[in-house]
Design a protein around this ligand. Structure first.
Ligand code: BG6
Length: 518
């Protein structure tokens, strides 16, 4: 998250928002340079940063992957990816400038020799582009390859800790970061043997979303919400990440992951920590992450019978989504026809601290739900409605809700009650709406743009720290263990295009509440 500098160029739309800083010259080494993530996200993000003049002149990318390719072929492939996935069209002049900074070497099977080849490539890039010795290693590879790469970087001296005058070194690690608490700890340990914690950037792309960052701005840049942001005024919180998409051909990964690992351990718990945290003493990495991790640690563990009582899981069967007939999860290509992987998860959590004692946080996420929508809904306690008991139309008054829409339709809605115009007093719920699109006529950057730039600037505020990852895994691992001990669920238990399994509705109904229809 970049601090605000004094503006140098005045664009009326951004007036007062501050100019951006430019990182030091550096080389980004991408492991897995011919993979899907690099093509869809990394190269387009880097190109868009270049287009906005946010990368240093000498910025270079050293692609390193198994495919045998020449530099020219890599540049050609990169152009194709950017054409296909960039949020803005390719401008030939900017592309030429960007492409001059693209280099490539084949990674082989990541043996010692391969790291020597990488060292040679980096030395060449450094000579030709004068990158000041600064480098970022981006691990855009399947998690099974992390250990070997980290070890290789250590053994080859490429990850050497920062020494004065030799430039800085950072590493970006993609998700999934482990598959339970033990494996996450192991990976953290392996990283710690080669890198200092300040050099490690664990990416969670949700933190790069404008609307997720805005949770902090909304809470801490306004005076009127913080005083009511606690158990005295808030009845409960609902965090929903609904997707209408299925698993999009990612069976190999998803069968092993499931909704809890794929969405809850990282994205949803990160959002929860931003909603629940105390005001940090400063807007910088350490202070913000100190407060976030306190929230994660304060979540009451789900153990024993609580797992069945406070969680629900589901798997979609065939159905209709967006007017299209879609297969069930078990019928997706490469999915085990008897798979018990969950494609839906709902949890009720308590954050056991003074601010949130006894305020439930309900989380739900699922694939093949009726629509694509991610939101945080703060449900306030009801007013004592004695005065208006008989004047409500058409149904009893609901409580006030503040809904922060993360995506799409980014914005914030406050639901409150108003008098229906007329001689008699009739009351109805109305919405007060803020829409990003209408208020700021600028297209927001992609999450990866924000995060990559932050890493190049050395700002890790929006990256998960070691203790955050472990606290989140600790909670999720308890649930995974609890699920393993319960009788096998009868899957599929929700139809594609519905709002998830009955169990998720029951979870709410037991508390006399229901899920909000986003
Ligand atoms: C990814 C998950 O981390 O996040 C995907 O692996 C999921 O399964 C995606 O679809 C959701 O991200 P976004 O930005 O599309 O909401």
């Amino acid at each position: 998250m970049r601090p605000v500098d004094t503006p140098t160029v005045v664009n009326p739309l951004r007036e007062g928002l501050g100019a951006e800083r430019t990182p030091d010259p550096c080389t980004m080494v991408i492991f897995g340079a011919s993979g899907d993530l690099t093509r869809r996200k990394l190269l387009p993000a880097l190109y868009n940063l270049a287009l906005d003049g946010l990368l240093p002149d000498k910025f270079s990318i050293a692609g390193f992957a198994r495919s045998d390719m020449t530099v020219e072929q890599f540049r050609e492939q990169a152009l194709e990816s950017v054409r296909q996935f960039s949020r803005r069209p390719v401008d030939p002049k900017s592309w030429d400038r960007f492409a001059r900074g693209l280099f490539y070497a084949s990674a082989g099977s990541l043996k010692t020799d391969d790291f020597h080849r990488l060292a040679e490539l980096m030395a060449r890039v450094h000579r030709e582009r004068d990158t000041g010795g600064n480098r970022v290693f981006y691990l855009s590879v399947p998690p099974s390859a992390y250990s070997g790469i980290v070890e290789g970087l250590g053994a080859s001296g490429l990850a050497a800790r920062e020494r004065s005058g030799s430039g800085w070194t950072r590493v970006i690690v993609e998700k999934p970061f482990g598959r339970d608490l033990d494996t996450a700890r192991e990976l953290n340990q392996e990283l710690a043997q080669v890198f200092a914690e300040e050099q490690v950037y664990r990416i969670d792309h949700f933190l790069g979303k404008e609307t997720v960052q805005n949770i902090l701005v909304f809470r801490f840049a306004n005076g009127i919400f913080e005083p009511i942001w606690n158990r005295r005024y808030i009845d409960h919180v609902q965090i929903t990440a609904a997707e209408s998409l299925g698993i999009e051909g990612r069976a190999g990964y998803y069968e092993e992951a499931g909704a809890l690992r794929d969405m809850v351990q990282n994205h949803m718990l990160q959002v929860l920590s931003l909603v629940g945290m105390e005001p940090p003493i400063a807007f910088e990495a350490r202070a913000v992450r100190d407060e976030k991790v306190k929230v994660l640690r304060a979540i009451r563990p789900l153990l024993g019978e609580d797992v069945a009582r406070y969680t629900a899981r589901g798997q979609y069967g065939p159905g209709w989504v967006d007017g299209r007939e879609v297969p069930g999860y078990r019928q997706e290509p490469n999915v085990d026809p008897a798979s018990t992987t969950e494609t839906f998860a709902a949890l009720k959590l308590y954050v056991d601290n003074w601010r949130w004692a006894e305020v439930p946080f309900y989380l739900r996420t699922g694939k093949r739900l009726p629509k694509q929508t991610t939101e945080v809904a703060i449900h306030f306690k009801r007013a004592p409605l004695l005065l208006f008991r008989d004047m409500v139309d058409p149904t009893p008054l609901e409580s006030n809700v503040l809904a922060m829409r993360i995506q799409p339709n980014e914005g914030i809605t406050l639901k409150f009650h108003a008098k229906v115009p007329g001689i008699s007093v009739r009351i109805r719920s109305v919405n007060m709406d803020f829409l990003y699109g209408a208020s700021f006529a600028v297209e927001p950057p992609e999450a990866y743009e924000t995060l990559i730039l932050d890493c190049l600037l050395g700002d890790s505020t929006l990256f998960a720290r070691r203790d955050e990852i472990e606290a989140a895994w600790s909670l999720v691992t308890d649930v995974l263990n609890g699920w393993r001990e319960l009788p096998s669920p009868v899957f599929p238990n929700y139809e594609a295009g519905s709002w998830g399994p009955r169990e998720a509705q029951d979870l709410m109904a037991r508390d006399g509440r229901r899920w909000r229809r986003p």
